[in-house]
Design a protein around this ligand. Structure first.
Ligand code: NAD
Ligand code: TDX
Length: 339
């Protein structure tokens, strides 16, 4: 079986490709990735020589290139990770989010129809549900919670979900959708909370915490997300949405303190900065459906996952130091300078 993984040079996509090749060594994996600022071919370099792996640089919005790749490879399954994924960047410049996250998903689904893929899986996010209040721990997002996106990023992801469901209903395209909570683990681009705080703490730079630091996210180790997608591909019914989460809600400030403690750095490095516009207060996923229907449960406890993640960033400085020394510097100045 050939599986096409789009956005596979990014954080979750690369972890998924590694996971898939281990779990399904007889499959062929083709990765299509544009290598935007967030894509990093060095993550996939150890796989490049493998017979059952192919990397293709290309844009999911480029219909001719996508069709040509489908014609050549005839993928049975397509998993779409390709996206602009950073909320702060979507607030700065929403246009590219609409293009890649909505139109790109549409181009891929058209190719799936044209060339007869038996599954299109859209990797979505819990952010499509908007946020929950901090003082109602009893409330969780279920698959029937109405869509209520807050940022241009989440609105674009919600749009792609609607398009996928419409392709299922109108054309009978066998789509599935996973809506996952915040992932953490190796190979995450250092603009996101956990790797940013690790990188700054190691350089004795300030740790910029938005607002009061009381916003809550539900953190899941990336490998658990990969296993969830695998379970959905093998047992999830087309047309269905599955929430994926770790029952692991944490306040941002507590994560930041934990990272500082693990690195033996002082809390005086923390700096409270201006809040994110439209900042979602709390995300919390109810993963009851994927557990009941597909038997999936998270396996990595947060204490273990965060320890592994901090160690990984300590042991793989070359991977992220290259990133933080390049174009990322200009981004960092724009986003945090004078904030
Ligand atoms: P990422 O930003 O690390 O990686 C995105 C990848 O997509 C990059 O390799 C980039 O080069 C590629 N890409 C971007 N535009 C492209 C285009 N037009 N054509 C082809 N490739 C393109 O993102 P991530 O954190 O790995 O997230 C992957 C997916 O999972 C996204 O769809 C995101 O919405 C979703 N998601 C992420 C999280 C999280 O916590 N990171 C949680 C839930 C869902
Ligand atoms: O410097 C920072 N300071 C800070 O306080 C950054 C980068 C973030 N934060 C806060 C904002 C959020 O409350 O930390 C929290 C996590 O921020 P991000 O890492 O940017 O993630 P989030 O906005 O929650 O979105 C992530 O999870 C859902 C991914 O980036 C999305 O792709 C995914 O869909």
């Amino acid at each position: 079986m050939t599986i096409l993984v789009t956005g596979g040079a990014g954080f979750i996509g690369a972890n998924f490709i590694r996971y898939w090749l281990d779990a399904h060594p007889l499959d062929r994996v083709v990765c299509l990735d544009k290598l935007t600022y967030a894509g990093n071919l060095s993550t996939l370099r150890p796989l490049l020589g493998r017979e059952n792996f192919r990397f293709v640089r290309g844009d999911i919005c480029d219909r001719d290139a996508v069709d040509a790749l489908f014609e050549e490879e005839r993928p049975g399954v397509v998993v779409n990770f390709a996206a602009e994924s950073h909320v702060d960047r979507s607030i700065e410049d929403p246009g590219v989010f609409l293009r890649t996250n909505v139109l790109g998903a549409g181009v891929l689904m058209d190719a799936c129809r044209k060339f007869g893929a038996r599954r299109f899986h859209q990797v979505s996010t819990d952010e499509v549900y908007g946020d929950l209040p901090l003082d109602r721990p009893d409330l969780l997002f279920s698959e029937t919670t109405p869509i209520h996106a807050s940022s241009p990023y989440s609105a674009s992801k919600a749009s792609a979900d609607l398009l996928a469901l419409a392709y299922f209903r109108t054309y009978g395209l066998p789509v599935t959708i996973s809506r996952c909570s915040n992932n953490y683990g190796p190979y995450q681009f250092p603009e996101k909370l956990i790797p940013l705080m690790i990188a700054n703490a190691l350089a004795d730079r300030e740790l910029p915490v938005y607002g009061t630091g009381e916003n809550v996210r539900d953190w899941l180790y990336v490998e658990d997300h990969c296993r969830a997608i695998d379970a959905i591909l093998s047992g999830g019914r087309p047309g269905e949405i599955f929430n994926v989460g770790g029952h692991n809600e944490m306040r941002n400030i507590d994560i930041v303190r934990l990272i500082l403690r693990r690195l033996g750095k002082p809390e005086s490095l923390i700096r409270f900065v201006a809040d994110r516009k439209g900042h979602d207060l709390r995300y919390a996923i109810d993963p009851a459906k994927i557990h009941a229907e597909l038997g999936w449960l998270p396996e990595t406890r947060f204490e273990d996952g965060i320890a592994r993640t901090v160690d990984w960033y300590l042991e793989n400085r070359g991977w992220w130091e290259e990133i933080v020394s390049g174009e990322y510097r200009n981004y960092y100045e724009r986003m945090y300078g004078g904030r």
